[in-house]
Design a protein around this ligand. Sequence first.
Ligand SMILES: Nc1ncnc2c1ncn2[C@@H]1O[C@H](COP(=O)(O)OP(=O)(O)OP(=O)(O)O)[C@@H](O)[C@H]1O
Ligand SMILES: CC(=O)N[C@H]1[C@@H]2OC[C@@H](O2)[C@@H](O)[C@@H]1O[C@H](C)C(=O)O
Length: 386
Amino acid sequence: MLEKLCKIAEKKERKIIGLMSGTSLDGLDIALCKFRGSGLQTQVDLLAFGTIPYSKQIRSEIEKVFAKKNIDLEQVTLLHNYLGRFYAKCIKEFLQKEHYSVAEIDLIASHGQTIFHAPKHFHKNPMFGNATLQIADADQIAYHTGIITISDFRQKHIAAGGEGAPLAIYGDFLLFKKEGENRILLNIGGIANFTFIPASCNPQAVWASDTGTGNTLLDFFAQKFFQKPYDENGEIAQSGTCNDFLLQKLSENPFFQLSFPKSTGQETFNFAWVESILQDYHLQISPQDLLCTLTHFTAKGILKGLQAVGEKNLKIYVSGGGAKNQFLIKLLQEHHQVQNLEVLGISADAKEAVLFALLANETITGSKIAIGSNPCVCMGKISLPC
Ligand SMILES: Nc1ncnc2c1ncn2[C@@H]1O[C@H](COP(=O)(O)OP(=O)(O)OP(=O)(O)O)[C@@H](O)[C@H]1O
Ligand SMILES: CC(=O)N[C@H]1[C@@H]2OC[C@@H](O2)[C@@H](O)[C@@H]1O[C@H](C)C(=O)O
């Protein structure tokens, strides 16, 4: 097996499957990528992409432990194995559908399902450092697919002094840097984040940060009031009016006082927090106005991050499910030029899965990318199929 790893590292081309199951708990993204080279010479083609939506049952099993302080440890233990096996099944079906054989695939890169993200500024316990936890056992994926699997990318970043997120910065820089353009790669998933790449492309000046909530709060209230999984194209929000008082109270969340870069999650931005503000101030707000205000809140967090970049003429390329929320994009376009990432030739839905495949490509080739203040390490743990 170790010989096989060396052979994969020496190959001119590598086929790597990137798996992303993000914080919006909507499903598993699968990106089959072909890589040539590594580090600054990386080239990637997306050969196939698919999303396997989580069933209601899987989603509700994850929600029992997701971003919660008090949980049933047995549930985490069971889910860890279950999700690994489930991802393996999804990959095998995906390969069959796309007419690829297991033997053609060199590696799988699995992000796993984040269940808790606790940087120091969140837990504030001086005994502990930055911490994060992703589950979906990669031994299950490797064993049941027969493909070497690299997983758990965030832990090395933390070991080397980072917060474990955002990791998109590495792939964003390698794939999307462009001399002469101040680029922002913005991803609006459950949580929103961006990478800034200056026109000089000086790696020391590149940085990335989460900006606050993305779609999570919108999804929750779209489900609660309209029985919809999300506010399609932002239509409900657009029919409402922003409540400035609520927007102000939401913006007082301590996350916004922290300096950039920083990371966050649904441990901070969750529906219970919004509902407590509504109750504390006895706010009677229509569901439409609430969704409108929360969309403004997502936009405000992103705009605050972009302001911290301190550059004019930013060119913003947006990905993630939030890129389809036209009302949200319109709010951003009032301040900046915003285009869909697709104009750069990569699917906006596939981007994060592609970026984790890229991290596996770096791990296997042993290259280490020095970017800004980010740890210069290769990330991930290797699971062998047998
Ligand atoms: N047509 C649409 N209109 C508005 N919102 C949409 C649309 N399609 C998808 N979304 C939003 O995108 C979300 C999924 O986004 P995505 O898959 O990028 O998130 P994620 O990868 O799970 O999150 P993260 O990047 O935070 O880990 C859905 O939950 C929904 O809110
Ligand atoms: C702990 C965790 O899973 N964080 C995610 C989440 O979803 C978006 C944002 O918060 C980002 O920081 C990160 O994912 C992306 C892929 C990243 O690391 O770049």
